[in-house]
Design a protein around this ligand. Structure first.
Ligand SMILES: *Cc1c(COP(=O)(O)O)cnc(C)c1O
Length: 234
């Protein structure tokens, strides 16, 4: 029997993830067309991004600029939307604004200003999501819920940025369902003030069903598509 190629492996993983999304949508009475699957390719090579693009993936996510910038450059010939999903430092905004269509991790005013200036300098419009902290762990990023409306207003008013909506990571080791229900409330409040800000980025390999049930529009899936990651040395 012929050896399984990396392409075969990614195709099988992609089919399985799409199957999970379809089942979760059926259970929730949602249309899978409402969901955007973002393949989170961090720690995996540009060759995997290329294979995924060939398999029909249109959206890819990365969490570190040092890794994402060269990968995006390597794949510049592909029709991909790049999502920056990791914690972002102001000094990386200039680089990130050069390739990212969507930044999921805007969680403080200083970042709004830096990203706005970088987008204007790059002559691009970057869609920005306000990252919401659903627990009290400051190490994982995200703005406290009470700060979200002001941050959303700041993004909406910033040149070069378009307020897309909200993003969150479920608290570690807790039931994701109530966390994503809370995120849905925060998202609804943002939408009342900014009707076009309809993106709810939630759900990863382990909790995408709960995210679909609670109204996510964008799923960020790494491990289930690409396999286990080697630990990152920072
Ligand atoms: C790595 C990462 C993901 C993907 O996580 P998996 O569990 O591998 O699917 C999603 N969102 C963010 C912010 C990440 O850093």
């Amino acid at each position: 029997m012929a050896a399984l190629t990396r392409r075969d492996e990614l195709a099988a993983n992609l089919a399985a993830v799409r199957e999970r999304i379809a089942a979760a949508c059926a259970a929730a009475g949602r249309d899978p067309a409402e969901l955007t699957l973002i393949a989170v390719t961090k720690t995996f090579p540009a060759s995997d991004v290329r294979l995924l693009a060939g398999l029909g993936v249109s959206d890819v996510g990365e969490n570190r600029d040092q890794e994402a910038a060269p990968k995006a450059a390597d794949c510049a010939d592909l029709p991909l939307r790049w999502h920056f999903v990791g914690q972002l430092q102001t000094n990386k905004c200039r680089s990130v604004a050069g390739y990212a269509a969507v930044v999921h991790s805007v969680d403080r005013e200083r970042l709004v200003g830096a990203l706005s200036r970088a987008a204007v300098a790059a002559g691009r419009t970057v869609t920005a999501l306000v990252q919401v902290a659903l627990d009290d762990d400051p190490g994982r990023g995200g703005a406290p819920v009470r700060q979200v409306p002001a941050l959303a207003d700041a993004v909406a008013a910033a040149p070069g940025l378009r307020l897309g909506g909200v993003m969150a990571v479920a608290p570690l080791g807790a039931d994701p369902d109530p966390a994503f229900a809370r995120l849905a409330e925060v998202a609804a409040a943002v939408r009342r003030a900014h009707p076009d800000a309809a993106i709810v980025s939630a759900g990863m390999s382990g909790d995408l069903e709960a995210a679909v049930r609670r109204g996510a529009t964008h799923l960020r899936v790494g491990t289930a598509l690409l396999g286990g990651r080697a630990p990152v040395v920072r």
